[in-house]
Every structure is written in structure tokens, then in C-alpha cells.
Ligand binder design. Structure first.
Ligand code: GYE
Length: 325
């Protein structure tokens, strides 16, 4: 009797350890779905909408998972609130696509103390303790910017002054910081590149507004370096209204980031000169990493998605139609 009681006790202790969070592997209890809380930036761009779709479709419909998404409407405070709610709900894992890099130390420490693992997607966080998250899945944004400026330096070789209008996305977001850095590094070396910045917050509406105001003061623009497609569409509308031509044979060369279907179509039609791809379809990759983690396998700290650049000669209609975003 005594013996069987102690066996039972050991068993109970084992079970409670298995259920404990904070170890390397978090397992959902038998039969229960593994609950993921996802704090998404917002719905500011076509890229973002494609990313939300990829994440949602990957987990929804799989009975092993329960996927709860909160849209932060581009406000970091909303993300903090969502993450704290996920802690209270006792989710098994939290995925965060951070609006900006700074400010995450406190809330990520709270998640860590609650024993909940975190995956950072798309942009990055800047925290002094990298153990606060398992992995960061997304793009090499500096690499994207570098491809763009390398192309531009070929295009503008031998020209005297090149006036570059730089439309920036949400300040402090990794996509903004690194795409900006790549341009600034190149401009510092080029000698003939003159840059001017405008703030477009990654949205079409904001870009249209600031571009319209800017074009009322000058038309002296040789290149538009726009940190996402939606801002590019806003700028193109402002150019049209101001009677400024762009694209192949036009006054302004356009470089845009994301390579959504609509931008690729403009590129094929000669209205955009360079599309730098930014791949939002990493839902399946995130799932694969979660599965590895649940099996106790090692996962890399940084995972980059593959990306290319496109000019009109790389494109045809069949290719564009086959794209998912
Ligand atoms: O380029 C832009 C979006 O962080 C990669 O955010 C993302 C960027 C993307 O709103 O369209």
C-alpha cells in the first residue's frame, strides 16, 4: 500500500513537471490543441494582408492548433496589451510581429517569467537578452536595400547629380531601419546621390498626402526609393496628378519593396523600374519551427526567407498570375 502510494506520488510529480512551462519543450496536454497567440502589426499594406493570410491559413484548419490573432493597428501599446492577455489566457506559445524594434524588454521578460516561449516574425526586436525569444523568422532587410542600391548605382553610373526621394515606412521598424541604412550607406559612398526623406508610414494614404505636398514645392526628382509598394502606389497617384512621368522612359525611376502582384504588374508595364521582393508567406515555416521546438529539436536563432529582385524583363503575365500575393 505504502509502495503503491509512493509510486503514485512519483507519477504525479512527473506529470506536474511535464505540464510545467519553462523547460525546453512545451507540450500541450494530450488531446488538447496547442494554443498560439499571434500579435500582428496591423493591416497597413497588401504585404501585411498576405502575411496574415499565410499565418492564419497555416494554423486554422489544423485540429492540433488553436490560433488566436490580435491586430495591433500599428500601435505598440496594443501589442503589449495583447501579449499580456495571452499570458493571462495561458497560451502555449506567443508569436509577435513587432511594430518597432525598441521597447520590448519588459513585456518579453514577463512572458519569459510566465514560461511561455516566443517567436518573433517579420521585423525584429532589440533586447539585451536574446534568450527572451526562440527565433526570428523574416527578411534580410539590409540585404533587400543592398540589392536596390546596387541596381541603382549601375543605372546612375556616370550621371552628375541624382536626386533621390526616399519614402520611409514606420520609423523604428526593422524594415524601415535597414532599408534606410542600405540607402544611406550607398549615398555616403556615391558622391553624386542627393537624398531627401519623406515619412509615409507604409501606407498608401499617408504617402499620397506627403508626396502631394512635396510636389507642390519641387519637381526635381530623379529616383523614388519607396520602402513599400503601398507607399509607391500613393506616390504614383501624386505624380500623375502633378503631371510627372515615371518608370521606363519617364522622368523618375521607381524602386519599390515587397513585389506584390500589383507592383509586379506595374513593373511589367514599365511604370515601376525595380521591385525588390519581400516574402510574407512564411506561415508554414513558422509552423515547421514550432513543430521542431515541440519535439525538443534545436532551431536556428535567425531564419531568413528567400527573395529576389525584378525588372520588367524578368516578368511575364503567367508568372505574375501565379504569385500568391
Ligand atoms: O514591407 C510593408 C509592411 O515589415 C516587411 O511592413 C514588413 C513591411 C512591408 O507594411 O509593406
Amino acid at each position: 500500500m505504502r509502495r503503491s502510494f509512493s509510486i503514485l506520488l512519483c507519477f504525479a510529480i512527473l506529470i506536474s513537471f511535464a505540464g510545467c512551462r519553462g523547460g525546453n519543450v512545451t507540450e500541450s496536454s494530450a488531446g488538447r490543441a496547442f494554443v498560439i497567440g499571434f500579435s500582428q502589426v496591423g493591416a497597413e499594406s497588401d504585404w501585411r494582408i498576405a502575411n496574415t493570410k499565410s499565418m492564419t491559413e497555416t494554423f486554422q484548419g489544423d485540429p492540433e492548433y488553436e490560433f488566436r490573432m490580435e491586430n495591433a493597428r500599428q500601435q505598440q501599446e496594443n501589442q503589449f496589451a495583447a501579449v499580456r492577455r495571452f499570458i493571462l489566457e495561458g497560451v502555449d506559445l506567443i508569436v509577435i510581429a513587432p511594430t518597432v524594434e525598441d521597447g520590448w524588454q519588459t513585456v518579453l521578460t514577463e512572458v519569459h517569467d510566465a514560461g511561455i516561449p516566443v517567436i518573433i516574425t517579420d521585423r525584429s526586436v532589440s533586447v539585451w537578452d536574446n534568450n527572451l525569444y526562440l527565433t526570428n523568422v523574416g527578411s534580410n532587410f539590409y540585404g533587400q536595400g543592398k540589392k536596390a542600391v546596387d541596381w541603382l548605382s549601375e543605372e546612375t553610373r556616370g550621371e552628375s547629380n541624382v536626386n533621390i526621394l526616399h519614402l520611409q515606412g514606420t520609423i523604428g521598424a526593422t524594415a524601415q531601419i535597414q532599408r534606410t541604412q542600405a540607402l544611406e550607406d550607398a549615398a555616403a559612398n556615391q558622391g553624386n546621390w542627393i537624398t531627401n526623406k519623406l515619412y509615409g508610414d507604409f501606407t498608401e494614404a499617408k504617402a499620397y498626402e506627403v508626396m502631394t505636398d512635396y510636389l507642390a514645392t519641387t519637381h526635381d526628382i530623379d529616383v523614388l526609393y519607396s520602402e513599400n509598394d503601398n507607399m509607391t502606389f500613393g506616390a504614383m497617384r501624386a505624380f500623375d496628378e502633378a503631371g510627372i512621368t515615371y518608370g521606363e522612359g519617364g522622368q523618375v525611376k521607381i524602386i519599390t519593396f515587397d513585389a506584390t502582384k500589383e507592383a509586379l504588374q506595374y513593373c511589367m508595364d514599365g511604370k515601376i523600374d525595380l521591385c525588390v521582393e519581400c516574402n510574407p508567406l512564411f506561415g508554414p515555416m513558422v509552423k515547421e519551427l514550432i513543430e521542431k521546438y515541440r519535439k525538443g529539436e534545436d532551431i536556428p536563432k535567425q531564419v531568413y526567407v528567400e527573395e529576389k529582385v525584378f525588372t520588367s524583363k524578368d516578368l511575364d503575365q503567367a508568372f505574375i498570375d501565379s504569385r500568391e500575393y
